[in-house]
Design a protein around this ligand. Sequence first.
Ligand SMILES: [Zn+2]
Ligand SMILES: [Zn+2]
Length: 357
Amino acid sequence: MSNELREIRINPIVPTESVLVSTARGLRPRKDEKPLVMGTDSRIAECPFCKGNEDKTPPTLVSWPNEENWSIRIVENLFPVLSNKQQTQSLSFGLQHVIDGYGRHEVVIDHDNHSIHIDHMSQEHIQALFKIYRDRMQFLYGTDARIKYVLVFKNFGPAAGASIAHTHSQIVAMPVVPENVANELYHSHIHFQKFNQNIFSHLVDEALTFEATIYDRDSGEVRRKIDVGQYVIEKTKRFIAIKPFASRFEWEVQIFPLFPQADYLECSDEDLEDFALLVKRTMRRLNNVIGGAQYNYFLHSIPHGDEFNKHRDSYLWHLEICPRTSIPTGFELGSGLFVSTVSPEDAAKRLRDVEIN
Ligand SMILES: [Zn+2]
Ligand SMILES: [Zn+2]
């Protein structure tokens, strides 16, 4: 496959709108793909990620609890968006600025049970999964100085872009810091310089405590009651799940640590035990309210490298969960403005009130 192209192209007008051109993805089987139905089978004979079919995937890189009796397994992605097979040097010509698509792309088979939803996994299993993410991120940052960011994400369900039904997540080690993360770093740093305050922690504090009533200056009538506590979905000792006040996706939920920590890699095993419980309960709420959520989740953490040290006080790592209940339309693509048909306050209330046991 000598004509495979993997490069990040920078939009010369709006540099933040870069595109990853990765033609190998187009080679994925498509015509023969059956529409994905979220089933209840624990094992499917022809599924490459099911037990007994290990020879249908590249070799195991990491497994838990052990290779023979694995419940979680990491393998290389057969159709990587980025690859460590260096092809070309980064070239720029005129307005065409290109960064070589160097990196790694791995698949985490989240569970040996084909159809299991994350909220049905044990807390211990979810903890192991998030530990494996952490340890693999650490490993990938350590392998190559050209890797600027390691993104962990999960697509669950066809509406979320999952092309294999077996529950799995992915790790992409990239030669650039993704624009979403760069924007968060930039704006939180500006906020810190202005107010000497971590904006993420401030958001969490507000979510926990802030309540206010705004009165009309002339009539004295109540104009708006603000109860920011209404955005809290779930809370454990060390973490909190919040429905953001302004979120792109109707049922989007974000999980933050309740302690200052910019780097996910610094999370302890005990932290992740608590985190796993929060993820399990939050996902159960989403599933019960939406009815079998199809979603993307991804981890945002401070990138590695000395140039990011100045962000350590202003940033907080987090998990963003984006259930996919609608498809972005021309309006969203044309304006960059996402439309939400449910008010975040209402969504938060429904998620908080739903029965989960
Ligand atoms: Zn399977
Ligand atoms: Zn984020």
